[in-house]
Design a binder for this molecule. Sequence first.
Ligand code: ZN
Length: 266
Amino acid sequence: METCEGNILIPSRVSFSSSSTERGMSAGESVSAKKGAKPTAEEALALLKAGNERFAQGKCVYPHLDAARLKQAGTESQADHAYATVLACSDSRVPVERVFDAGIMDVFVVRVAGNVCAADEIGSIEYGLAHVTTPVVVLLGHTQCGAVTAVTRACEGERRLLERNIAPLAASIEPAVRRVMAEHPDTHGDDLIGYGIEENVWQGIENLFMQSPVSRESVRAGKVKVVGAVYDVGTGVVRWLPELKTFDILRKVQANPGRATNTMAQ
Ligand SMILES: [Zn+2]
């Protein structure tokens, strides 16, 4: 579906030909204009990768930001357009749509400090999967993450009080940091933080699979890819983490009797 001009994939050339329905949306968001088949997971991931390459190389095409797109946004369902759900950190150095050279109705974005994947974030991702019907979910960490840095320093013994509502965020990150400390006993400081940032992404994917039957079912059915990635705030480059590890985590969760099994709220 994507058009290749030179090496550039241009999302505005995506053509849609059949319809999908965004379930549970308000009447104002009902579908009324030309609707289309969503890209496959593979195609959506290719759009993200191509968009990030343009961004990092200073070759952005700034798609889907014009008046025509706004008009579409006001009259059509995002479910017929958005091709990715992205969970990212709130950090001002990680402007998600810019990073992927994406525009309006392209990306369903969830942002929270430390890109932690807890109840509200998992609910938002489920909305992105089940109602916005995005074929790809990206859990995006980033270099120099302040949240992972603070938790790592605390775990290494630096005593510093946290504001009361930051503590639960830190608690969500701590298992990942503890794990890399155990795996790399001779690594400390900034090097350990680098490991922690990646492990925090994997922790997020595990949390998602543990609590979200619909995410597991979508991946197992081959309809959706869940992908980990780390954004470099100094270069603009997204480093894509091995997709096979997502399946390893899924297998581990499938064998865990503690995983949530009711797909729908009771
Ligand atoms: Zn961060």
